[in-house]
Ligand binder design. Structure first.
Ligand code: KDG
Length: 326
């Protein structure tokens, strides 16, 4: 049984061990990155059962990704290995300002070869919810069709579906990205854009117009990330604005959106019938609050997900409780 199934590429992440830029730094640390696995780690720490599915090379990098996921309690039993294509890698460096620089080595990777033929009916068995991101359709020739097909099948099964556009402009052209991402919105129930992604998709509008437009396209709920300004939720005629969880200093923004999604979905999935109108109205502010805390905490660590809190920790922070640490 799984609360959430998520499908997408994970990579081994290398970044300067201390500080400095990739070119001259003598030491790199090695860990795991990837939007869907970041979400899986976040949800698993919050006590949800997560099934992560992808293709990895038959190489030590693939071994590391699987060992890390299973060590964090994520179900990896549906992941496939590929003898003819490698696990993807990526490098991240902080520039000392703004978002870090990211360099991908993922062309022709095992996951970039995913196609609709790979989908197995059992992937979605005994599962409530599917989470996909806009990174997968950008990866390879057939991955946009793959993403669409998985979402359609989940819908046919009556599962709820979330979609985070996770725009990665290094992976495809703006035109392609806009067209494909917009076409996937009607297939999801919960849409999780950042404000800049909303602007990329729809041009310059007000926040309320973005929310309303995404609902008109077919999403039932929109949870929009506003960075340091918190988040906005849209559901029917409701607009909920939730203040940010304040942090003194941002270390690394990569992974914050996935942590936000994990926080939001974890609260949504606490409900038996979350999309029921009367229910969503009541818990939307709390779901956004949990999402804000999760997103803010993720910015406090260099790794993409390692700082993810447990449910007890996140509840404590939301309630302003002092934690016992020693
Ligand atoms: O959302 C964080 C991800 O961007 C990061 O972990 C790596 O999946 C990744 C990507 O494609 O950038």
């Amino acid at each position: 049984k799984a609360d959430v199934v998520t499908i997408g590429e994970s990579m081994v992440l290398f970044q300067p061990y201390t500080e400095g830029t990739i070119n001259y730094t003598p030491l790199l640390s090695k860990s795991v990155g990837g939007a869907e696995s970041n979400l899986a780690f976040g949800l698993s720490r919050l006590g949800k059962k997560v099934r992560w599915i992808s293709r990895l090379g038959s190489d030590p990098f693939g071994d590391l990704i699987l060992a890390t996921l299973s060590g964090e309690g994520v179900d990896i039993s549906y992941a496939k290995r590929d003898d003819n294509a490698p696990t993807a890698l990526y490098f991240k460096e902080s520039k000392g300002y703004g978002d870090p620089n990211v360099f991908y080595y993922r062309k022709h990777s095992a996951a970039s070869k995913l196609s609709s033929e790979d989908i197995e009916a059992s992937w979605l068995d005994d599962a409530r919810h599917l989470h996909m991101t806009g990174i997968t359709p950008a990866l390879g020739e057939n991955t946009a069709d793959f993403t669409r097909e998985v979402m359609k099948r989940a819908r046919e099964k009556g599962m709820t579906i979330s979609f985070d556009p996770n725009l990665r402009r290094k992976l495809w052209s703006d035109e392609q990205a806009r067209e494909v991402l917009l076409s996937l919105i009607p297939l999801c129930d919960i849409f999780l854009p950042g404000i800049e992604e909303a602007e990329f998709l729809l041009g310059e509008k007000t926040k309320e117009q973005y929310g309303k437009s995404f609902l008109d396209m077919g999403a039932s709920v929109v949870a929009m990330k506003l960075g340091a300004e918190g988040s906005l939720g849209f559901f029917q005629d409701e607009v909920v604005n939730v203040a940010p969880y304040k942090v003194d200093k941002v270390i690394d923004t990569v992974g914050a959106g996935d942590a936000f999604a994990a926080g939001f979905l974890s609260r949504v999935l606490d409900e038996e019938n979350p999309l029921a109108f009367y229910e969503m109205k009541h818990f939307l502010p709390e779901a956004l609050k949990r999402a804000n805390v999760m997103g803010a905490l993720a910015t406090q660590f260099k790794g993409d997900w390692e700082g993810a809190p447990t449910l007890e920790e996140v509840s404590g922070l939301m309630g302003g409780k002092q934690m016992v640490t020693r």
